[in-house]
Design a protein around this ligand. Sequence first.
Ligand code: SAM
Length: 292
Amino acid sequence: MTPPEYEYLRKLLRDHSGLDLSADKQYLIESRVLPLLRKAGLADIGELVKNIKAGSASLTTQVVEAMTTNETFFFRDKVPFDHFRDTIMPEILQARGSRKSIRIWCAAGSTGQEPYSLAICLKEMSAALAGWRVEIVATDLSQEVLEKSKAGIYSQFEVQRGLPIQMLVKYFKQNGELWQINPEIRAMVQHRQLNLLHDFSQLGMFDVIFCRNVLIYFDQETKIGILNRLARLTAPDGFLVLGAAETVVGLTDAFKPYPERRGLYQPSPARASPVNMPAFEAAPRLAAMARG
Ligand SMILES: C[S@@+](CC[C@H](N)C(=O)[O-])C[C@H]1O[C@@H](n2cnc3c(N)ncnc32)[C@H](O)[C@@H]1O
């Protein structure tokens, strides 16, 4: 790959997905797009760049998707899910007791392990959530990972990563080498393709936003912009959960760290005002928890 070809692809990735590659990551592009070149019958990266410059939207999407990291697993890092069960949900149950509804957004849900881990947590709290409207929206840039998430089908290796065996038996059905998550859990998660670089105010307000292990790929300015826009969609007493290597500190004061809960944040009183959305009542009912 020539230096101008690398610079072209580097800018393309920054513009389309926010991926911020340093000047020395040629090898990463080369290794990730190799299967794509073979599949498309292209001789080399030079030819790929020529086709993209000529307007191939499909190749652009394929390069962007090939370069995104989709690594995820059930109950990844454990602590955020402990925070969800032990800190976030008790506060929400109390604060939303009369309205009985909760909206959660997994802002880079990848192949579904994160939104389904949250759905399982909520299912485990069915008694407390009897009669509640529960909505989990899983979004991702990549249509390919969303399709896998929608199907909810995982390999033995994938279910062995992070999922306690009792939950596997309780919430999945085995089909040969594969495991499919129960329709009831699947129905709790709504999927949408969404690029965090673009306007997402149409999603409405959320009580909880999980935005984990995606901001790490972006440059500082992009992180700041996304965090500020997330703050506008977080209820004033809502929560933001970031990944283990991510923080708001030094980037924005739209969120403040929740005391003694690593990775957990709440909107600051001084944050930008929330978008004017008819979010809660207009939100579609995705899954009503069983009564009683
Ligand atoms: C490493 S995975 C994280 C998955 C999950 N949140 C977790 O922590 O396990 C990052 C995900 O972010 C998605 N992604 C990358 N750039 C994005 C963008 N600009 N907008 C939305 N999603 C993006 C990728 O497609 C990928 O599925």
